[in-house]
Ligand binder design. Sequence first.
Ligand code: SAM
Length: 247
Amino acid sequence: MSTTPERIIPRRTVHCGDALPWLRAGGVRTGAALVTSLPDISEVGKPERDWRAWFTDAVGCVVHATPPASVALFFQSDVRHEDHWIDKGALVVAAGAAVGAHVVFHRIVCRFEPGRAVRGRPTYTHLIALSRALPARAGDGMPDVITEPGRAVWPRAMGIKAAALAIRFARDETGAHTIIDPFCGAGTVLAVANALGLHAEGVDLSARCCARARALAIERSELDDSAAFRAPPRDGGSSRRTAGDRR
Ligand SMILES: C[S@@+](CC[C@H](N)C(=O)[O-])C[C@H]1O[C@@H](n2cnc3c(N)ncnc32)[C@H](O)[C@@H]1O
């Protein structure tokens, strides 16, 4: 009889539609963590006040779909709108607090090398982990500043190495076996989750994005990175994790 452990074949499902009713209808997603990037004001086509209310509602829906001891991870870039900046990090934190979620960590992902001055979009993205029960110490192994985000598959995408860092965190700190991205775009999170051996489920309003998200393939070899999330051992080294990448 073979003693080789069964190899997990990761699934990917992509739904085309509005994420908010989909999130509300499905309740808490047992065994999952959510990793996402909510659309910008320019993508939603609403006046700022309405977009802010929509964004707050969307963060609440994401948190409610996340099991209490699991995590919802948001990649969000600030944006200049008319004559002021919209701080999306502040919006995520406030919207999470309104539905009982605290900040497990708040990190910075560099889009370019630190120190570069640019016009327009900032050179950094917020990476914020919210949870209703996961303690903040769970984030101790996450670098404060993530300087190597990896390639982005389209201009609105998060880098694939930064996505891998977030997904490894969710897997190793919460035991999540499925990663959900309700605003999946071209499918970065889904493809990275599959490359790391996890099931993935995504939603997007755009049929074009859904088609890309179903097809996107990312090689595991592209994700290996010495700066990857590695939580320090707890209690003299008796950390429960180390599931490791499954493929
Ligand atoms: C910032 S992009 C996500 C990018 C993605 N993380 C990637 O790496 O490709 C936001 C996505 O949200 C989608 N979107 C906008 N409104 C939506 C809604 N109500 N429900 C689901 N998707 C929506 C847009 O089509 C867009 O693809």
